[in-house]
Design a protein around this ligand. Structure first.
Ligand SMILES: Nc1ncnc2c1ncn2[C@@H]1O[C@H](COP(=O)(O)OP(=O)(O)OP(=O)(O)O)[C@@H](O)[C@H]1O
Length: 295
């Protein structure tokens, strides 16, 4: 394990009664990285994360988180990680500041409640009880509770569910800010735009195994995948899939003597790559996907 490695997982396996939930996963996350786990429902993301958090046992594999095995790590280790729980503060009658102060007591060098509230965009709400907050505000308070201890490693599980679009963007900025200060973030999300906005690298987990790991720009051969060039020819819409779209467009420009009617050039989106990796789609121009339209 390199000095810079915050999470190192090799050959991780976990089965429940119904069969393997995690079936041989390797993960390596460096300090300051934002790393996202993507995958369909039941893929094994939560099981993996709970093992990394030390809340679930494993059947096989080696796991190091902040230099320790989470299955055996103690309180000092736990104080270095932050976890954002789903709906942690649902019914609390305590004020946001009181809740944060209480949580802060578990950590050696916590933030002031005001600092944590400011970071999640709740600065005016210190005196308000969680019970009196909107769903989205409560979710942000959950995040504030997860970061109040200044964690070196932050686990975010579906963090922006229920956020309005502006709050999501503010939240993303906050996570980028934390990562910029050296906090490592392990994120699970079903939102591909969130992964694209936040993650330095992602792993797509399918059926307890990693289908692909990489940055969002190149995942699953995205950058090298063929592009689809489409245009209008008389009354007909034409398309061609090509590895050299610039040459195709230049040829079309020659042919049309300038502007190509209805020209579009499409490369696979992260969503298309993801759907293809989980076996839900074809015709994306990705390696192995059948061509939609013959050249
Ligand atoms: N405590 C448990 N007992 C038995 N089976 C479980 C338990 N927890 C999870 N599983 C099973 O393990 C598999 C992986 O579940 P897991 O919760 O890790 O997936 P996930 O990727 O987090 O899914 P989601 O996106 O729905 O949260 C699923 O088939 C699930 O039914």
């Amino acid at each position: 394990m390199s000095a810079d490695e915050v999470i190192g997982v090799e050959g991780l396996r976990k089965a429940y009664g119904g069969g393997p939930a995690v079936d041989g996963i390797d993960l390596h996350v460096a300090r300051g990285e934002v790393f996202a786990l993507l995958g369909p429902n039941g893929a094994g993301k939560s099981t993996t994360v709970e093992i990394l958090e030390g809340f679930r046992s494993r059947d096989a594999g080696s796991v190091r988180v902040l230099g320790a095995d989470p299955a055996r790590a103690g309180r000092a280790w736990r104080a270095r990680i932050g976890i954002v729980w789903q709906d942690q503060v649902e019914a609390s009658p305590l004020s946001a500041a009181a809740l944060l102060r209480h949580f802060a007591g578990y950590f050696p060098d916590p933030m002031d409640p005001e600092e944590a509230l400011e970071l999640v965009g709740l600065s005016g709400e210190a005196a308000r009880s969680a019970r009196a907050m909107s769903g989205g505000q409560r979710r942000r308070l959950d995040v504030a509770l997860g970061i109040v201890g200044r964690p070196e490693l932050l686990f975010l599980d579906e963090p922006t569910t229920g956020f309005d679009p502006a709050s999501r963007r503010r939240f993303w900025e906050m996570v980028r800010g934390l990562a910029g200060q050296g906090t490592t973030v392990l994120l699970t999300t079903h939102y591909l735009d969130e992964a694209e906005a936040l993650a330095d690298r992602v792993s797509v987990i399918v059926g307890g195994r990693i289908a692909a790991t990489g940055d969002t720009a190149t995942l699953g051969g995205r950058r090298t995948a063929e592009a689809t060039v489409s245009w209008t020819d008389g009354a007909e819409r034409r398309s061609v899939r090509t590895g050299a779209p610039t040459r195709t467009v230049a040829g079309l420009a020659d042919r049309f003597g300038g502007e190509v009617p209805g020209l579009t050039v499409h490369r696979p989106t992260l969503e298309e790559v993801y759907l293809s990796l989980i076996g839900e789609s074809s015709g994306t121009g990705l390696p192995g996907a059948p061509a939609e339209v013959p050249a």
